[in-house]
Ligand binder design. Sequence first.
Ligand SMILES: Cc1cc2nc3c(=O)[nH]c(=O)nc-3n(C[C@H](O)[C@H](O)[C@H](O)COP(=O)(O)O)c2cc1C
Length: 203
Amino acid sequence: MQCAIICGSHRKPSQSAKVADFLQQTAREQTTFDRFYRLDMADQPLPLWEEAIWSGDPAWKARLNPIREGLKASDALIVISPEYHGMAPAALKNFFLMLNAQLVGHKPALLVAVSSGPGGAYPIAELRMSSYKNNRLCYIPEQLIIRDVESVLNPEGENDPEADTYFRERSVFALGVLEAYAEALAQVRASGKLFDERFKNGM
Ligand SMILES: Cc1cc2nc3c(=O)[nH]c(=O)nc-3n(C[C@H](O)[C@H](O)[C@H](O)COP(=O)(O)O)c2cc1C
């Protein structure tokens, strides 16, 4: 199975990318996900959404086609969002404008929030509320909030032993839940009941 990992940080390097690396490696070792499509907003910043996307502009096609292929081939997504000013980052919200149900509809997604302090709840609430309506992405009920991120999941250097163990174990659990949903929702997508030209967008 293939898993897409979307890293929403604008920064390079970033703590969210560190978390993305950790989750990718852990998923490879602990789940049946064996292929990964990785998209970091900091590496491939997308211009703000514009009307030309809908009129088949060649520059936008060239920009978006590799992303579309990566998402289409994925059975599940991990969406990683740092908390910026109590919000999901603008790059991530802009990215969601470019998705549709043909790419991610009825695929399970694990939300992961990242905070250098005790934050992280706001982007989870925001994305659960507002990013899935038209593209029909299915956020699973399990989520990860990596608080005090600088003190955990560091491949080298200092980790807080208790917090680090907790987040590593919790991540294995959350990835297992995502894997189970990926297997189950593949059957849902095969049902033939999910797309209707009359109701392309959610209410
Ligand atoms: C513009 C900006 C705003 C931020 N606002 C918040 C915030 O509201 N709450 C929070 O917990 N952390 C906030 N942070 C700190 C991030 O949690 C921190 O940068 C963390 O490392 C995750 O971001 P990163 O993946 O870009 O490194 C903010 C960081 C930036 C750059």
